[in-house]
Each structure stands twice: as structure tokens, then as C-alpha cells.
Ligand binder design. Structure first.
Ligand code: NAG
Length: 220
């Protein structure tokens, strides 16, 4: 007996498989309730091994590392305090994490990308220019104040600049327990060993003296 499957049903199945396919989540789904990271485990896996359940305590599910204001006395006048799996092992395998970003007046969280996560953020204090640049080199930005949110699609270059008179504070959330951060200036001009001048003079169409000057700022 042959059944004719209505097209609408096929569409529903297609959509369902789209939304449940792993390509839609940044980190893979966990295989157990929790897996408190054993950061000192001698073996290395895609993530961290779980410490034995018998060793797990309440403290493993709480983290106070984002309470303190970060030190903004640096080149960028900003500070990112990370609440990822390395700081908060309870996040291991759960596919989420958070950061705290403090910016002094004029401070910049410099252009960077997170290779493994989409980011959403909320401004808690201050006034910031939040911007992102797409793979088509289109720049989107807006000035945000307390209570306003932003989103940065996974992997796109973005920044936050404190354009107010006061300190600014943002909390950001990621769909990865270890989103990673590639800060453009540090990555290209501060790497160890350093990227050959010949690459950077050609990439940025400037003289070696300019490349060396920028490298000197970032220890490259
Ligand atoms: C688990 O607890 C035991 C006993 O306190 C300790 O010796 C061991 O190192 C702990 N293991 C881990 C992975 O935390």
C-alpha cells in the first residue's frame, strides 16, 4: 500500500532536522547531567575529562570570579575577566560561558573574534559604541547604555568603545564553554614567534618601519 506524503509534512521534517542538526549549536551537547572539568587530568580530549561524581560539591556549580572590577590600567584601558571552563570548571561540556568587560572612560575592548561562539552582551553601566564587521566588510554599530543588549554572530570581528564620561561595564554570554578570542592587533603584531615583516608590510601596504612600530607596542 503506497502512501502519498503531503509536501507540508516533508517541509516540517526538513525544518525539524535543520533545527536539531548539530551545526546549529556551537559546542556539542553534553552526554551526562554534568561533567565538572578535571583541569589537571593527564589526558587531553575535546573538552576536559569529568572529575569523579563522588568528588563533586556545591562549589562546583558556582563561580564568584566575575564579582571584581578588572584592572583597566593598560594600553587599551579595558579589561576582560573570563568566566570560561578554565576559570569555572563546572561549565565543562555545557556549551556556555560568560565574561565581564570593564572599560575606563575612552577604553576600548579592541577588535577581536571568538572562533567558537556567538556572543550576546548586556550593558550594565556606561555608554558604549558597540560595532561588528561582517565577512562582506560591512560595519554595523550602535551606541548602547545600561540595560541594552547586543549580539555578535559567531566568528565576526567586533569591539566595544567606552564613549561616555564614566566607567563602563558589560557582561557577555557565549554558546561555548571556551569561545576563544583572537585579538586582531595582538594576533598579527604580538605573536611568538613574530609574523615576518614581509607578510605584514604586504598585507597592510605599509613600510617595515610602520610594522616594526606596531610590533613594538604589542611585544611582537
Ligand atoms: C577526588 O578526591 C580524592 C579524595 O579526596 C582525591 O584524592 C582525588 O585527587 C580527587 N580527584 C579529583 C580528580 O579531583
Amino acid at each position: 500500500m503506497a502512501y502519498i506524503i503531503p509536501q507540508s509534512l516533508i517541509l516540517i521534517f526538513a525544518l525539524f532536522s535543520l533545527f536539531t542538526s548539530p551545526s546549529h549549536s556551537a559546542d556539542p551537547d553534553p552526554l551526562q547531567d554534568f561533567c565538572i572539568a578535571d583541569l589537571k587530568a593527564p589526558i587531553s580530549v575535546n573538552g576536559f575529562p569529568c572529575k569523579p561524581s563522588s568528588n563533586v560539591t556545591s562549589d562546583d556549580f558556582f563561580f564568584d570570579g566575575l564579582i571584581k572590577e578588572g584592572d583597566t590600567n593598560n594600553l587599551f584601558k579595558s579589561s576582560v575577566t573570563q568566566g570560561n571552563v578554565l576559570a569555572f570548571p563546572g561549565l565543562n561540556t555545557l556549551g556556555i560561558s560568560m565574561n565581564r568587560v570593564d572599560l575606563a572612560p575612552g577604553g576600548l575592548n579592541p577588535p577581536h573574534t571568538h572562533p567558537r561562539a556567538t556572543e550576546s552582551g548586556i550593558v550594565v553601566r556606561g555608554k558604549l559604541l558597540v560595532g561588528l564587521i561582517t565577512t562582506a566588510n560591512v560595519f554595523y554599530s550602535k551606541i548602547l547604555t545600561a540595560g541594552e543588549m547586543f549580539v555578535v554572530p559567531r566568528g565576526l570581528m567586533h569591539f566595544q568603545l567606552n564613549v561616555g564620561e564614566e566607567k563602563a561595564l558589560i557582561f557577555t554570554a557565549f554558546n561555548s564553554h571556551l569561545p576563544g578570542a583572537v585579538v586582531a592587533s595582538l594576533n598579527l603584531f604580538g605573536s611568538k614567534p613574530s609574523v615576518p615583516d614581509d607578510v605584514l608590510t604586504k598585507a597592510f601596504q605599509v613600510d617595515k618601519s610602520v610594522v616594526d612600530l606596531i610590533k613594538s607596542k604589542f611585544g611582537g
